[in-house]
Design a protein around this ligand. Sequence first.
Ligand code: NAP
Ligand code: ZN
Ligand code: ZN
Length: 351
Amino acid sequence: MPQAAAYAAHSADATFAPTTITRREPGPTEVLIDIAWAGICHSDIHTAREEWGTAHFPLVPGHEIAGTVAQIGSEVTKFAVGDRVGVGVFVDSCRECPECLGGTEQYCSGGGMMGTYNSKGRDGLWNDGGYSTAITVEQDYTLRIPEGIELAEAAPLLCAGITLYSPLRHWGAGPGKKVAIVGMGGLGHMGVKIAAAMGAEVTVLSQTLSKKEDGERFGATHYHATSDPETFRTLARSFDLIISTVSADLDMNAFLGLLKVDGTLVNVGLPENPLSVKAGALAGARRSLSGSNIGGIGETQEMLDFCAEHGLGATVEKIGGDDITAAYDRVVASDVRYRFVIDTSTFPPAG
Ligand code: NAP
Ligand code: ZN
Ligand code: ZN
């Protein structure tokens, strides 16, 4: 069985240390991937710190994976050794329910998608994620990373990129649409880039103006601080679509007030506590509040191809394995520009 070097947390204090894990020999339809980079998603932090409930330790998180195919099973047709590939938030699903057959595997009604980590695979064993040097995945749940996007900048697309691409597509972001992105972290900065590339007029709503120049460089036309009450007066009833990527509690009613009649606020952030919404904030302008979870496999491939076509990748800070623990605190403090990616070549050898 292939051995892989990895970084694991052993408890909810989320302190990471080197370890060795075992990967499956690829089955007939599986590929073994040499992981080059793994992004740090805020969901890794929510999970490792048990903000979403009990986690299975030792925990090897990571669902923004980019690397190359090292070995293929006997019936693999989609990939060859050396191909540039990615893996996102799930590595399998029932493959039979209407959602799986219809390309929205992330909403699988046949038992739910099987997470890349903190979830059990078909073999009944706990999955380990991308903070490791290798992973074995079904070819149908493996994505192709187009030439032209560096692997380090591609890794975050596998979660942050698709999580914004899917609702932007679904709610028709494009020319003539006014779109606001709330929170410009890992997800948010990709939202700005993708919405602008789709042709929408993009506004960033960030806590402060400290990242304004970056936001404009990513494609935003307007940038406002939510710490300034004037923002909510000036922008009342302005937007067709607002996507909130905020990882903490947020005053949803204040943001709903920024929607036009029939506008939609899509909440993709997954804070620990329930959202609190006033009926009047919705009824007052026939507004909708929705949510969205990553995207299906086909749509994720479409997003990667779209990003390559438009020259988009994530803006990353590269770190080594020993930096993961400190990086978590920096993400929570909104002090990352704009996604940490872990260089797995810095890991001590497996064994
Ligand atoms: P991130 O890099 O930490 O970005 C979150 C941003 O939210 C921060 O950069 C900050 O933006 C803003 N923010 C943070 N604390 C805030 C507060 N107290 N008040 C107001 N704004 C605050 O995290 P991420 O990786 O982008 O993930 C964001 C959230 O989405 C997490 O909850 C994550 O679990 C969730 N998520 C959901 C999906 C899905 O499919 N639905 C997928 C991936 C992640 P500013 O500095 O610009 O204010
Ligand atoms: Zn994620
Ligand atoms: Zn299914």
